[in-house]
Design a protein around this ligand. Structure first.
Ligand code: HPA
Length: 274
């Protein structure tokens, strides 16, 4: 149940605001290997998670575990380098705590990115997919427990979890940069084991195009908070059973590495428009 309450969120936000004079409007949560977006930030202040009151600490390889406040394409932004996953043992409310803090900092738009396995057989590793919607298959929800009406509604609407307006902007921006984005449904699972081929067939039947172990809890908390969301997945591998080869974290890292500059270029260009 939700142990983190409004005073904890306030305390974390106050600490961050004391370290930077910027008031971020855009929040960015970058998946494995993409935290390097921080290198494109100007006037940045870096704060390790361990220094922020009530912040969890991420344990997965390839995640730095620090918050950066700075400007991205001139827009005041806050970037999470490394996120919290439920498979690390964090509850959904801890996983999405940074989103609550972003809201308290003044963030109105959240960009979430992740690595995901391609379920849609028309996809290829290296494709970037706009998330049009999600299916929460984690069995968890960050809003379970008493609702704080100051934070959001008891039964928040999820009918446009991933903003249509922002998707249109992203599509146009990618086109101007000379590439097309895929667009599809992200199915969020708990992990950390990869799926079985039977599970992937089930997910395809359910209408999913890509699968991953993050994002859904963060996006539920963001929508509860009234934050507009843009989600982009990097298809880092084909999901289990599609190709005659085992899945590995190494493949995920290598594909992300390969498309990193395109991915970061897109997010940087988008920042001016959000
Ligand atoms: N499954 C689940 N999560 C993932 C995958 C996958 O195939 N690839 C990257 N994250």
């Amino acid at each position: 149940m939700n142990e983190l309450k409004a005073p904890h969120i306030r305390e974390a936000a106050d600490y961050i605001l004391q370290r930077s004079s910027l008031r971020p409007e855009i929040g960015l949560i970058m998946g494995s290997g993409l935290g390097i977006l921080g290198d494109h930030m100007e006037n940045a202040v870096t704060i390790p998670y361990r220094e922020i009151p009530h912040f969890p600490i991420s344990t997965v390889e390839g995640h730095a575990g620090e918050l950066m406040i700075g400007t991205l394409s001139g827009r005041p932004s806050v970037l999470m380098r490394g996120r919290f996953h439920m498979y690390e043992g964090y509850g959904p409310e801890l996983t999405s705590f940074p989103v609550r803090v972003m809201k308290a900092l003044g963030v109105r738009t959240l960009v979430v990115t992740n690595a995901a396995g391609g379920i849609n057989t028309g996809y290829e590793p290296g494709d970037l997919m706009l998330i049009s919607d999600h299916i929460n298959l984690t069995g968890r929800n960050p809003l379970v427990g008493p609702n704080d009406g100051e934070l959001g509604a008891r039964f928040p609407d999820m009918s446009e979890a991933y903003s249509r307006r922002l998707r249109e902007l992203a599509r146009e921006t990618a086109r101007k940069m000379g590439f097309e984005l895929r667009e599809g449904v992200y199915i969020g699972v708990l992990g950390p084991s990869y799926e079985t081929p039977a599970e992937i067939r089930m997910m395809r039947t359910l209408g999913a195009d890509a699968v991953g172990m993050s994002t859904v809890a963060e996006v539920i908390a963001a929508r509860h908070s009234g934050i507009e969301v843009l989600g982009i997945s990097c298809i880092s591998n084909m999901a289990s059973g599609i190709l005659d080869q085992p899945l590995s974290h190494q493949e995920v890292i290598e594909t992300t590495e390969r498309v990193k500059s395109r991915f970061l270029g897109l997010v940087t260009a988008l920042a001016t428009l959000l």
